[in-house]
Ligand binder design. Structure first.
Ligand SMILES: Nc1ncnc2c1ncn2[C@@H]1O[C@H](COP(=O)(O)OP(=O)(O)OP(=O)(O)O)[C@@H](O)[C@H]1O
Ligand SMILES: [Mg+2]
Length: 375
């Protein structure tokens, strides 16, 4: 095998990394469509062209626009077509840029949530195979994030990761995954392997609250009910604004963090999105119907307690936090409160660690196979 690709297809963001067989460096994150971390979205234009990434989110002329479809893979058969379209778009971009060469002796390691069982993983693998990918293996994103941390020379935590029980907590856009890893191997969890909790809920809430506060609330609701492309356009704008605020909370507490979106449907409408301390607090602590009357914080804390109570062997000595929402400062404190004796660390560059870890896993498995075969 000449090279190993790691494809982190997230519900919100995706990334592809490549590692050469003999390369001593970290896997290279490839720019797809000019972006190293690109939005998991595709759009079909009037002329039949398929575009992916951020361009697909903002193209106002899109006939069809789809975002956040991976989270529906286990429950909604229509997500299969969306995943195939997006996967085909990524493959096309990799060939077009020359980052992937036809008939190269390579393989793709693609991540999935830790909670997916073997049959879901196999169906997922077939999807890529049918789309024309080189040989594909599916492994858990949590394990890949930990492999990345183990390979990182910068991570100095004073705990030997591979000899201690570790709990990986991956808080993404639609799910939070918990993976209990002992001696470097993932142990299947009885419950709470995957919880439907992620940053996407905050985007929906910010959008909803902004619509409620608008003088055009009724008109906006009508547009969103009729036009999925416009609704997802605005939800995406809400997501970016939320990320901007949380990446520097102290600064934005003193400064205006807002954006006005222009919607051209029956008539032009303006929608103002605004993040401030009060809204940030609501996104975390407001009780919402989607969480059956509980808040983001409530559900996260309860899931973590459930995981703790369900661990029958040794409690984790290390909690490794990854995924976009792990950048929220409060998350670390919530984890420390439930696991007071554990070391809690947040992985660096969560947007790339899974794809790098996947590429690394490819090479580790290949080296293992070579050893067994006596090479
Ligand atoms: N600084 C930040 N503060 C809070 N949330 C953030 C920040 N940066 C990114 N996010 C959120 O993290 C989420 C994306 O995380 P990530 O890329 O790990 O998810 P994903 O892998 O695409 O989704 P999933 O794991 O559910 O499939 C989005 O909801 C995004 O808005
Ligand atoms: Mg993820």
């Amino acid at each position: 095998m000449n090279r190993f690709y790691g494809f982190d297809l997230g519900d919100a963001e995706s990334a592809v990394s490549r590692l050469e067989k003999k390369d001593q460096n970290v896997p290279e994150v490839l720019a797809v469509n000019g972006e190293k971390s690109f939005v998991t979205a595709y759009a079909s234009l009037r002329n039949g062209e398929l575009i992916i990434g951020e361009k697909a989110c903002y193209n106002a002329g899109a006939m069809k626009r789809r975002l956040r479809f991976k989270s529906r893979f286990l429950t909604d058969p229509s997500s299969l077509a969306d995943l195939k379209s997006f996967a085909a778009g990524v493959l096309g971009e990799l060939y077009a840029s020359g980052d992937l060469i036809k008939d190269d002796d390579c393989c793709f390691y693609i991540g999935c949530p830790a909670g997916w069982n073997m049959s879901a993983r196999e169906r997922y693998r077939e999807l890529f195979e049918k789309t024309g990918y080189p040989p594909v293996r599916i492994i858990s994103e949590s394990r890949a994030a930990l492999v990345s941390a183990c390979q990182s020379k910068h991570l100095q935590i004073g705990v030997d990761i591979l000899s201690k029980p570790v709990l990986v907590v991956d808080i993404g856009s639609s799910t939070t995954d918990f993976a209990y890893i002992m001696s470097g191997k993932e142990v299947e969890m009885q419950t709470a392997g995957e919880v439907m909790l992620g940053g996407g809920l905050m985007d929906e809430m910010l959008l909803e609250e902004s619509v409620d506060a608008s003088p055009d609330a009724a008109k906006l609701r009508k547009v969103f009910a009729e036009s999925e492309p416009w609704r997802s356009y605005c939800e995406f704008a809400a997501r970016r604004l939320k990320e901007k605020y949380f990446s520097d909370e102290d600064y934005w507490k003193e400064n205006d963090c807002e954006q006005t979106v222009l919607i051209r449907y029956d008539e032009p409408l303006r929608l103002t999105l605004r993040m401030d301390e009060v809204m940030a607090n609501r996104l975390i602590n407001k009780r919402i119907d989607k969480l059956r009357g509980r808040s983001f914080h409530d559900v996260f804390e309860k899931s973590l307690m459930e995981v703790r109570d369900n661990i029958t062997s040794k409690q984790p000595e290390l909690l490794f936090l990854t995924g976009g929402v792990s950048k929220l400062e409060a998350v670390r404190d919530w984890c420390q409160a439930v696991f007071p004796d554990a070391v809690v660390i947040t992985g660096s560059e969560p947007e790339f660690s899974v794809s790098r870890g996947l590429a690394w896993s490819g090479r580790i498995d290949d080296e293992g196979a070579c050893r067994i075969a006596g090479f």
